[in-house]
Ligand binder design. Sequence first.
Ligand SMILES: O=C[C@H](O)[C@H](O)[C@H](O)COP(=O)(O)O
Length: 272
Amino acid sequence: MASVEASKRAAAKVAVQNHYPLNAKWVGIGSGTTIVYVVEAIKELGIDTTLTRFVPTGYQSKQLITKAGLTAIEFDAIPEGTVLDVAFDGADEVDDDLNCIKGGGACLFQEKIVALQAKEFICVADSRKLQNRLLTNWKYIPIEVAPIAANRVVRKLTEMGSIKPAIRLNTVAKEGPLKTDQGFFIVDAPFPPLVTPSDVKAGKDGNGTGGIWEVETLATKIKAIPGVLEVGIFCGVTGPQAQALGSIGGQKPVAAYFGMPDGSVTVRKAAT
Ligand SMILES: O=C[C@H](O)[C@H](O)[C@H](O)COP(=O)(O)O
């Protein structure tokens, strides 16, 4: 049986082989433990990356890029209107429609703006993240909030049916709330499993009755709470669908790769 780390590595390798453009100019690099294997797989391609600029999604991501000998360029330094060729990132959970939960490692805001700037957003994960509905195995939605509004956001989430939302604390010696790369807090909001737009079409309620929400409705409602910078639900359209509508990219991946315990890699792709 492949270890979780081996399965992340296997998924990263296939994702990079299938989606890394050999003449890539701009590449988004996400955060977390799985993205490390994506960078490793890019290096293993053995191609010339001297003209490629890698756009990080936070401190850890920038360190990863730099330590690999690649050139990092901050999101706010890329020329106006630049479209990234591709953005790779991990995920905490992915549903049948490729909606994702992200932010388990406290990175989600920069990840979302980088995904939205990319022609193609690709997720890489291991089999634990492959579920039919969000909030099946992964139990909460990470939300990045302004510290001054955090308690009020927690109250609002409770009113919306979240079960004991809480400000995330530091897990290391330093006491107090964890701070994101933006100096904000993360509120983790548990909800019952989310229904998809297709469930709603099939007659399921997703308007919050009994705390049951449809993915996009809940993401929109949480985002509208004053004090919320960004919500760790990545949903809506994919990059190509956004381009067909005249925008740059989408926050939903066009494909997600999962390393399985038997060593194989499963791919979930967006309908075109
Ligand atoms: O906050 C962290 C990011 O959203 C990560 O991409 C996500 O949590 C997945 O991380 P990992 O690859 O470590 O499971």
